[in-house]
Design a protein around this ligand. Sequence first.
Ligand SMILES: [Zn+2]
Length: 589
Amino acid sequence: MRTRRDQQSLSYPLRLPDSIQADALRLLDVSREVINLTVTALWGRLDEFATRTNSYAYKQVEEMIPPPLVHGHRQWRCEAEQAGRILRGQAERKQHFALILPLLTQGMIQPGTETKRAGKDRKAIKQAVADLQEANSDGGTAVEFQSLIEQACNFYLHTGCFPQTYEEMQPVAVLKAGILPYAGDDGPQMGQTYRMSYDVDQKTLTLALRTPDDQGAWARTWREKTCQMRLPDVVVERVQAGEMLAPNLREIVEADGARYAVLDFIVEVPVERASPFEEIQTVLGFDWGVRVLVTAGVVDLDGNQIGRPFFLDTGPFDGRQARLRRQIDQLKAKVARLKTQLDRFPGGDPRRKPSEEVLPILRREISRCWRKYEARNNDLAHLAANILLVLATAFDCKLIAGESLKSMKSAGRGRGARGRWRNWRNNSQVRGELWRVLRYTCFLMGMRLEWQQPRHTSHVCPRCGSPANTYSSPDHHDKINDWGAWLCCSNPACLWNGSRDYAASLNIARLGAALIRHTQRTSRVKHPSITDPSVQPVSYIGTRAALRLPPLVPRGHLIASGRIYCNGWRLSVKLRSSYATPIMLRFCG
Ligand SMILES: [Zn+2]
């Protein structure tokens, strides 16, 4: 994703129709060979790529070497563009390596052993990485530095010394899966390697690719061989709001070795500027739950809770995921049984045959189930992110506050596949994906998203700030249960009680409000903890609870009676609150 100040490129992978899959994969194989030959040939001149002589990478490469294999001039340019991008990325990484090299030699980093992780003085390393970032503010994030440090430590583990040069630890960066950026060609109408047009009303994309045939010959008539693809609604919307850029052709290789080609349809869209902190008046806080996926609440900077909480309940969805998980478990058990069967006979024995035939089928089926499982998780994350955004918009919140992902609490419990699914959902993929979607969508919408320290947020009263215990339910006040769903304030003058997730979402919103107040006063962002005196308790004002929702858009994506349907997916979840009116919203991913 390329980012300029007020434009952002968004990429949408569209699977090519089966009719041109074979041609596209053949093209990607040929291009990959040329790209890898080019990168290998120029690897010794990596430093030259630290300076950009031109905004197009292909121009830089073209000045340096002729094409190693010739398949047409524009085809070479696209290949050179990709080779140049790889070399530029590696050159930048090499510069970062020069910055961490002194740290390695000073012995600040000790390689890890089997029982101890790498890093002698974590605090010093953290500080050093922070200083590096400061000194190198144009690029280079902490994550990149970390990955370089790790790579250097791995090198140490294999060789017994740290690398002296970048090239010593980094083999030539060749492509393992094909990718061909069409940015080196002359555009969708004039292109000599591809032609592309779209029809917004029909929601279709027409594409022609210049590819070699199975004899390796490049036909002149390729422009006549067009194919059509459906453009998803979200892409159509983006195209209408932005500008289409040159696409990439890319190969996806799955775990079982199966591969297919996609077209990365790239749109550049304008980005709203982030709301200035001075203008922020309300904060939406959300918390991950055990029984519900997400609970959200809104507070203002004066310590008032605005409106009632929202609970995103995923009941039927959980059940379906649990069934899929059970199916995977059964398939795995079958594979294990067949493997034992197989091992009873020596290699070449005809009695191995039945098992040998069935095993690949079962393994394919398992990977199909996992893909489906993950796809559903991602859908759920998108849906939840969109609901939070809609609520933030409705309540005019310019800041969304969420629990930091660094401290994922293990909250999922329950037996069997369903319990396991909840546990997994709460702790991994859905959270990560939800955060990722929120981050980029907030960025596009000019909304702020800030993580908050989750510590104690489920054990503090949102009304008065006193410590609070949790219990299994409102009827079980005699026995404290740290994972209980019901929270009761222990301050005798308050005694607020309610859902633990509800309390946590308000506490996280309070943290967000404290962050805003602090930033408005000092112009510095600080993430307070819930026990910090700057964090105000909240009172509830029912009268200000009127929902200002966006206008109704009857487009078939919808909510009826509080149930939300995500368009295009058989996925429905329930959004509960005490608002009586059914809410109708339109979602886009
Ligand atoms: Zn209280």
